[in-house]
Design a protein around this ligand. Sequence first.
Ligand SMILES: Cc1cc2nc3c(=O)[nH]c(=O)nc-3n(C[C@H](O)[C@H](O)[C@H](O)COP(=O)(O)OP(=O)(O)OC[C@H]3O[C@@H](n4cnc5c(N)ncnc54)[C@H](O)[C@@H]3O)c2cc1C
Length: 366
Amino acid sequence: MFLTRARIALPDPASVVTPLCAHLVEHEAVVETGPGEARIALAGATATLRYDDAQLEVAVEAAELAALTSLRFAVASHVVEFAPDGKQLRIHWEGDGAGPSLLPGFRVLTVAAIETVTPHMRRIHFAGEDLARYDSLEALHVRLFIPPAGLAEPAWPMLGEDGLPIAPPEDKRPAIRKYTIRSIDAAAGRLAIDFVLHDDAGPGAAFAARAQPGDQVGMAGPGGRGLQSAGRYVFLADATGLPAVGRMLAALPAQATGLAIVEVAGPEEEQALARPEGVTLRWLHRAEGAPSCLAEAFEALDWPADGPDTYLWAAMEHADFLRIRAGARERLRRDRDRHLVVSYWRAGLAEDQHAADKKAAAAKAA
Ligand SMILES: Cc1cc2nc3c(=O)[nH]c(=O)nc-3n(C[C@H](O)[C@H](O)[C@H](O)COP(=O)(O)OP(=O)(O)OC[C@H]3O[C@@H](n4cnc5c(N)ncnc54)[C@H](O)[C@@H]3O)c2cc1C
């Protein structure tokens, strides 16, 4: 068993412990409270919080170090969030996992091999350790931390002695981009990611274009909602959604039926995709500068026939996403959990600006 402890001088600890427990319950923690005490069990770790009028004592224990680090981080970050002047608090952990460490779940990947799938799709095979948490069809995408080009020694975000994250210095800070795990063999310590080599390359596409064996990226996650079981499937994707569609098609049971529509630049960008016999694959070609025809293809589907027990998965550029999501909501109103339509990139915006925009839109809608 791993164990870590911290004593935190804090005025009125109860006013911090109460919202902290309420918040972690929303994240599926099991919380028991008593006078001057709270016990939080979450994802394989347990935190015991004891407090009086001026001090909070926290002990976190877990059978695995990663679980200990995660709960230590959850407690420390929420103490800082809920305490008045939280950023001024001094938190010093002692025991297992104390001292600077990588973020929980963060993995360093090393480029092992590079493959040209099509002229604009590069598959990079990475080697990494302890990849089991990433081996899931429930959550397909990851955040890649891409160090600036030419940096001799990559710098990763770390957890400091207080259990809170420290960003690397600005000139060494990795850019963060979302990508999909195209295939993974956790036991062999290998995974592959397919990168679209697009014009106006940002850090993601530029990394894929220059990558050499031995180069490193960081990885955090995984995230997203995965494949659901259904009687029939409809997939719609542009080149950025193609890696996810390829992975899901390969994982479908042999008797699955459905249709996958994938839009790429031209016939030279088509690729062989393993899939059940009952799933039809239709390629669309988008000539340079021409508008996408994915939304039209969706609108032309005979949805009432496709409707019962059909699951729709769609990922593409933002303008198509808006149109397809609106159509899906109208046609599949009653079955909101039977469709997942996601905006994977936005013309004219870098991924971080796009993500901030999506967050603001979601907050406005809530
Ligand atoms: C959950 C999720 C999973 C994803 N999985 C993958 C994946 O497996 N493979 C993959 O290649 N992409 C994937 N993407 C899309 C990828 O994150 C974006 O394309 C991202 O913008 C690429 O980063 P960048 O640094 O190359 O460009 P950025 O710095 O983000 O953008 C620079 C410029 O390039 C433009 N741009 C970005 N992407 C494209 C594109 N595809 N075509 C043309 N112009 C573009 C932007 O509009 C911007 O003007 C995924 C996105 C999400 C949200």
